[in-house]
Design a protein around this ligand. Structure first.
Ligand code: DGI
Ligand code: FE
Ligand code: FE
Length: 196
């Protein structure tokens, strides 16, 4: 994608997000680029996925549900109870329909960035990780260790984030999406296999 097209997307997106969310978005975008560099992945694709990952975040929850219905995006019973989760699916939809992104890998990285999923591609892991570690994030536990791991081993880093996220969710009234649990089981097994 050429620079001008990228700038156009940034300008348009900036109007759809509040300032805090836009600053987070830029943090994720640059962190995606850095992780792509570290792991030999396509930097442009990673940046674009990072830029658009939360493009549907600032839509009110009721409107998220309405928009899913309107655009025939399937909503699970769990998502109905926690509609904020839908910003990922809706984000992928808008990335294509409103921002003209056709790349399937980018769209799928946006779609799974909140819960994660089993067998993520390197690009999907990069977006998932960057969202968690970008510089403005500062409340999660073990961030120093997770930030260090991000540049060393994507699978181990993904696993650590999933483990901490599940622990956080289990202590909160929030329901756990099957994708989150499946991702955790998958990366747990994968890391045990790799590291004994
Ligand atoms: O959109 P962001 O705030 O940048 O980050 P995100 O899209 O990763 O969303 C983070 C929130 O999503 C965080 O509070 C944990 C929550 N989350 C992750 N997996 C699940 C989940 N919430 C529920 N209810 N169920 C999940 O499985
Ligand atoms: Fe998000
Ligand atoms: Fe985010």
């Amino acid at each position: 994608m050429d620079t001008e097209k990228f700038r156009k997307i940034q300008k348009k997106l900036c109007k759809k997000l509040d300032d805090r969310r836009y600053q987070h978005t830029l943090g994720v975008m640059y962190t995606c680029a850095a992780l792509a560099m570290a792991h030999g992945q396509d930097m442009q694709k990673a940046q674009l996925a990072g830029l658009l990952h939360d493009c549907a975040k600032c839509i009110p929850n009721q409107k998220k549900l309405k928009l899913c219905k309107k655009h025939k995006i399937p909503v699970t019973a769990l998502e109905k109870k926690s509609p904020y989760l839908l910003h990922a699916k809706l984000g992928a939809y808008f990335a294509r329909k409103k921002y003209g992104v056709e790349d399937k890998e980018i769209l799928s990285a946006i779609r799974c960035h909140t819960t994660g999923k089993r067998e993520m591609s390197a690009l999907e892991q990069i977006v998932y990780i960057a969202d968690y570690i970008e510089p403005m994030r500062n409340i999660a536990l073990h961030l120093d260790e997770i930030r260090r791991l991000a540049f060393q081993d994507l699978d181990q880093c993904t696993y650590r984030i999933l483990a901490d996220t599940l622990e956080y969710l289990e202590q909160s009234p929030k329901e756990i999406d099957p994708a989150t649990r499946q991702a955790y089981e998958y990366y747990k097994e994968r890391n045990e296999h790799k590291h004994g």
